[in-house]
Design a binder for this molecule. Structure first.
Ligand SMILES: Nc1nc2c(c(=O)[nH]1)N[C@H]1C(S)=C(S)[C@@H](COP(=O)(O)O)O[C@H]1N2
Ligand SMILES: [Mo]
Length: 315
């Protein structure tokens, strides 16, 4: 085994625990030096508030999580720009309070939920999921939330409801990317109702034990771990139950490249690149690529949802 000297340790290898301990040291030092509460408090706020009473979920992978730093600085959130670093730099512009989520459409009990009600609707769980982006990189993220089915049960979908549509906030004053014609704003995603009801589908309000950072979709997002990342809409304000398949932003933008289903599938290539392998963020650019797994490794749990479907046609 090679013992690393401190100078050999890359920032990406410093764990959140170490960051946390360092922050405590910094706070103590700042206060001792008389730098005052303001400086100390600002430093403390660089991480989100901790979420209480989060239990561990048996639905978690045992793979080691990607670092907090990579998860919060390498993002796709085109409302803030198309560079991976844009969301971390600009998402502080987004005001996440007050925040409501309107649940409407083909349900018996349509309702507007305040974000603080949503946080308490079901016990919070840590779910460590793989995230596979259509761009052939992946991460492992310790999300916090509960199964979206908990919310769906409360509103009682009608028999005619076949799909669920998720709409992201439209607020160009706080989301500068929305002033550019990158996608059809607001960002819209959708699932078939049975996909939305699957226990793996997460209504997500946090990560790494803390409230969701803005760049990861605060205050509430969807996470569907067996699908390409773009299916997991961020900063959701509306959930609508429909009879026909939702018109989703990426499918409208490039229907040949981004199908409605977008299940992770190493045997169906994107028209412009292979989907057989992926780069795990944090392992370094020269680390060998990993094989992409069918349904992102969740085949045992979800393959039955697609029995008899031609996955080349319904990509
Ligand atoms: N509203 C909105 N949601 C979005 C996106 C986006 O641009 N806007 N990007 C998607 C893509 S392509 C990916 S890979 C994931 C990234 O989530 P993360 O930044 O939390 O890792 O968010 C998805 N959700
Ligand atoms: Mo993605």
């Amino acid at each position: 085994m090679v013992i690393k000297r401190p100078s050999d340790v890359l920032p990406s290898e410093i764990t959140p625990k170490e960051v946390y301990l360092r922050r405590r040291e910094f706070l103590k030092a700042a206060l001792a030096l008389g730098l005052g509460e303001a400086v100390a408090v600002r430093a403390a706020e660089s991480r989100g508030a901790r979420l209480p009473e989060v239990r561990r979920s048996p639905l978690s992978t045992s793979e080691p999580p990607t670092s907090y730093k990579d998860i919060t600085r390498y993002n796709n959130f085109y409302e803030f720009g198309t560079d991976k670093s844009d969301p971390a730099e600009r998402a502080h512009l987004l005001k996440t309070r007050p925040w409501t989520v309107t649940v409407e459409g083909l349900v018996r009990r349509p309702r507007v939920y305040d974000i603080d009600e949503l946080l308490k609707l079901a016990p919070l769980e840590e779910r460590v999921y793989r995230l596979r982006c259509v761009e052939a990189w992946s991460m492992v993220v310790p999300w916090i939330g509960y199964s979206l089915s908990e919310l769906i049960r409360q509103v009682e979908p009608l028999g005619s409801a076949k799909y669920v549509e998720f709409t992201t906030l439209l607020r160009p004053a706080e989301m500068p990317g929305q002033r550019l014609p990158i996608l059809a704003w607001p960002y819209v995603e959708g699932l078939r109702l049975d996909e939305a009801l699957h226990p793996l589908t997460l209504l997500c309000v946090g990560l790494y034990g803390e409230v969701l950072p803005n760049q990861n979709g605060a205050p509430v997002r969807i996470v569907v771990p067996w699908k390409y990342g773009f299916k997991s809409g961020k900063s959701i304000v509306k959930i609508r139950f429909t009879e026909s398949q939702p018109r989703t932003s990426w499918n409208l933008a490039a229907p040949h490249e981004y199908g409605f289903y977008a299940n992770v599938n190493p045997t169906v290539d994107h028209p412009r690149w292979s989907q057989a392998k992926e780069r795990r963020i944090g392992e370094g650019f020269f680390a060998p690529k990993r094989d992409t797994l069918m349904f992102n490794g969740y085949a045992e749990q979800v393959a039955h949802l697609y029995a008899g479907m031609d996955l080349r046609r319904y990509f």
